[in-house]
Design a protein around this ligand. Structure first.
Ligand SMILES: [Ca+2]
Ligand SMILES: [Ca+2]
Length: 368
């Protein structure tokens, strides 16, 4: 009984932190469909993934589908668990930036081995003597998939101060914070700042290319553990250029939900971060003159159905007006208010309601 209560309290605290920064930053509303898995990794809930089961020589990875731009800030928080076996446990989890959606070597490579070029924040739970691993569970920034600390960007240190083992059947909170203006990478474990490293990731690691995927890799070898991650919070500016995946989806007639339209409850004013996202669509929409642009507004279930229909229509209209102000012909755009119909998330949490307050975009090819 106590654990669910703690979980609820924890979720509540996270929500407060998310909501308090909602207006000024780019908190991403996400779920498992925003990620791709490889190897043995599988989603176990909307935002949790099992990277490996506690079996011999297993490897798995979870990657965010879209590339990010390392010239923009990136913050990610998650809960990780390294399983329950200490003495016989291995190998850990690595947070990775890498330009390809691939998984590296298992065992001591922790699914990160041989990924080139790459930067990995290694959370290593097994001591490989020949890699200069210390006896305690440790963290270090590693580059290009070299698992040996001889080549690490930082020296290994304990994941948590005064703690030698984190394979303790518990979840641990991890936060990665990349600040491109200061060129500084921070790693927090259970609230403790453990790595604070200045590094020019774009130039020194990726040869000037700032577009990368990010994700997690994990592996077992001759020793095993069940490795899990649950993503809690993402803040980053999505790649401004519209991804090929979204273009294809739209040209197939599928709807696209805008990621960064956190309309305040009851308001139809276009949030400023929404404009940035819409700007990425302008060129693409201009290039499809034979397609009608359909905008549909949706709300959460708070308030009356008729008021929700009205406000959702106004929100869709705000988006339409913005597109028109950027040069899209008004007669190409149709907008509708669907109110609280078709929720995509439960309406009994603020997080779910925020997801439901959304605008969907569809393209329909006009008859010639
Ligand atoms: Ca190791
Ligand atoms: Ca251990």
């Amino acid at each position: 009984m106590i654990q669910p209560l703690i979980r609820i309290l924890f979720t509540f605290l996270i929500l407060i932190s998310v909501l308090s920064t909602e207006i000024s930053s780019q908190n991403i509303v996400f779920d498992k469909t925003d990620f791709v898995t490889s190897g043995d990794a599988i989603p176990t809930s909307d935002r949790c993934f099992r990277l490996t089961e506690a079996i011999l020589w297993s490897g798995g990875a979870v990657w965010y589908k879209e590339m990010i731009d390392l010239n923009d800030p990136f913050i990610m928080e998650m809960d990780v668990s390294f399983g329950c076996y200490d003495e016989d446990g291995a190998d850990g989890i690595v947070f990775v930036f890498h330009p390809y959606l691939t998984t590296g070597f298992a065992g001591e490579g922790i699914g990160f081995g041989r990924l080139f070029p790459s930067l990995g924040v290694e959370m290593d739970t097994y001591q490989n003597y020949h890699l200069e691993d210390p006896s305690y569970d440790h963290v270090a920034i590693m580059t290009h998939g070299y698992p040996s600390h001889e080549y690490g960007l930082t020296r290994p240190k304990r994941l948590k101060e005064g703690v030698s083992n984190v394979e303790d059947c518990k979840t641990h909170r991890v936060k990665i914070d990349w600040d491109p203006s200061a060129q500084n990478l921070q790693f927090y474990f259970d609230g403790q700042l453990r790595i604070n490293q200045s590094v020019d990731i774009v130039n020194d690691i990726f040869g000037g290319d700032s577009k990368v995927y990010w994700g997690f890799t994990s592996a077992t070898g001759g020793k095993v553990n069940k490795h899990m991650i649950c993503l809690e919070r993402l803040v980053f500016t999505e790649t401004v250029a519209l991804s090929k995946r979204i273009r294809t989806l739209l040209l197939n007639g599928d709807p696209h939900t805008f990621k960064r339209m956190p309309f305040r409850s009851g308001s139809a004013t276009l949030p400023s971060e929404a404009k940035e996202e819409l700007d990425a669509f302008i060129d693409f929409l201009s290039d499809q003159p034979d397609h009608t642009i359909i905008l549909e507004g949706f709300t959460d279930s708070s308030g009356s159905a008729s008021a929700n229909e009205r406000i959702s229509m106004k929100r869709a209209e705000s988006v339409a007006k913005y597109l028109i102000s950027k040069g899209i012909a008004p007669d190409r755009i149709q907008y509708f208010g669907q109110g609280e119909k078709n929720p995509i998330a439960p309406n009994d949490t603020e997080e779910g309601r925020l997801k439901n307050r959304r605008i969907e975009l569809r393209l329909i090819k006009s008859r010639v």
